[in-house]
Design a protein around this ligand. Sequence first.
Ligand SMILES: [Fe+2]
Ligand SMILES: [Fe+2]
Length: 239
Amino acid sequence: MANIIDSAKGQFHHEIVSNPVTHGWVLNLYRGGERYPQRVCDYFQSDFAPTKELTVRLCQHAAEEDKHVHLFGKAISDLGQPVVEIEIGDVFNEVIRSFTPGSFHIVECDSPDVRRRKLANFLAHAHHLEKRVERSFAYHIDACERAGKSYVAEQVSRARQDEQGHVQYTRETVFDLMTRREAAEIMEVHCRAEAKANLIFSQRQVRLFLSKFSYTIPKRRQWLYRICATIMETAGQYA
Ligand SMILES: [Fe+2]
Ligand SMILES: [Fe+2]
């Protein structure tokens, strides 16, 4: 089943990049994810990091996500498409959080232990999110290159390179902040939330795509995507 969805995802990206309007739509979705930290108060809470080194790394991470907002904005403009602010409920990060227990938000009165735990939870959340985004960028870069849109592939590749670094340091830091057992438990909670969110988010976006842009693809493939959306929705309910 995973293989069918995998190849459908590759095909889906190929479909999307072949039309500037749908390509702009998906790039705006990516940009929405990159913009997300600017719209919430509990990402990259560097002031509460227990070490100078982590403070610096969190600030660097935040700056790189800001840079990605510009990269995607540029890619969208290069396609001649409008930059659109995505509804926060449609941003992948927000969908993951709807399946995530607890809060990352650190307040002054939190003890050092609570601060560490909240930071570890944020970093575990970020780790699984970044991992999925990095994989999605890989599909997208491949589709752009095959469609001869190397200028978009180049912008997305620059973001992808940073995401690979984010995937790695976030996991390492969870294990630095907590005991091995606590870290493994925290990672598991966020892994489950992300796995569920991925299915729910993907089926929602596939359906949105079909409702807005089905005229851009043949009927046979509309059915394929409809079936994939139903499989993902059902799997998401039980994930
Ligand atoms: Fe990013
Ligand atoms: Fe990232």
